[in-house]
Design a binder for this molecule. Sequence first.
Ligand SMILES: *Cc1c(COP(=O)(O)O)cnc(C)c1O
Length: 370
Amino acid sequence: MTIKYQDLSIPKRILLGPGPSNISPRISNAMSQNMVGHLDPVFLAIMEEVQEMLRSVFMTENRFTIPISGTGSAGMESALVNTIEKGDPVLVCVNGVFGTRMCDIVERCGGVLKRIDAEWGRPIDAELVRQTLEDFPARIVAVVHAETSTGVLQPLEELSRIVHEHGSLLIVDAVTSLGGTEVKIDDWGIDVCYSGTQKCLSCPPGLAPITFSAGAIEKLRNRKEAVQSWYLDMTMLEKYWGPERVYHHTAPISMIYALRESLRLVLEEGLQKRWKRHRKYHNDLVSGLEKLGLSMLVEEKYRTPMLNSVIIPETADDASVRQQLLNEYNIEIGSGLGPLKGKIWRIGLMGHSCTKENVDLILFALNKLL
Ligand SMILES: *Cc1c(COP(=O)(O)O)cnc(C)c1O
């Protein structure tokens, strides 16, 4: 029978937004490999390799390091639902969209929420965290490392020291930072860290790598009530990803192939080299934008290399510039969110998208359009 739905034909976009980023043909190839059962020995070996490579990329010895089935937001939800019990005091640092989402989840878990805010585009002041913890003995402190809605990179080392001096656990959102800049779980003493595959790991959206420290696992083991979410319950997931191989849910096989390939690409390049590449093209992009007379939202020392927020000049129309970029150049960039809607553009240089050609192209296109 003939049906009205045609074969898929997707244009080749240059993805310079807040994610997803472009993927290497090696990943598309990995995804089209044969399907096997999720308990097939071939697949079990792949699960092992993925966990090993994730530990290298997170720079951790944490045994409990797995990809959650779901996008970055599933990583966020797992980090919070597994560590929070009803009545736990939780401090969330908010300086953009993703911090506000964590607040929402904390309340849904029955945590007692306290939030500290910084202006969007500014980092969280570690001293304010210290003062707040004096009066509010949080069991958990949560913070976003690279705030994709603003382009701020949060310094974590001092913050982590303060959190641990107060006997709290530190949860870090590294959805955008992992694979694009330093994320050092063990050196920095991060207790739970989650990421996403679609940003600097340059894999399609669909998995959320996560890692738990010994301290976080102890909190999980001492829970009085079961984890609110059945699907994201680490006490069951660890039995599936660990040596017992107890069926919990069917791992998204082809996505795991993709993640394996993307982690191989990260490790082949080398973490240091990869961070350097992101920093270099970020610097080139910023100096090019400044030559066009544009200015950045975030102060130089707090900028994320992989997400560049540019102030929209008064003479330009936000939506029509983005539309022309898409229609005439096949380039996607991001718009501003919340209070920054209409005020900034967000230009991502993530993973496979972070190249000299893409920097030159977006500068050329913006020069023409503005
Ligand atoms: C993109 C992003 C998320 C959410 O990831 P999804 O893959 O869209 O679910 C969470 N936190 C940060 C900082 C992000 O950039």
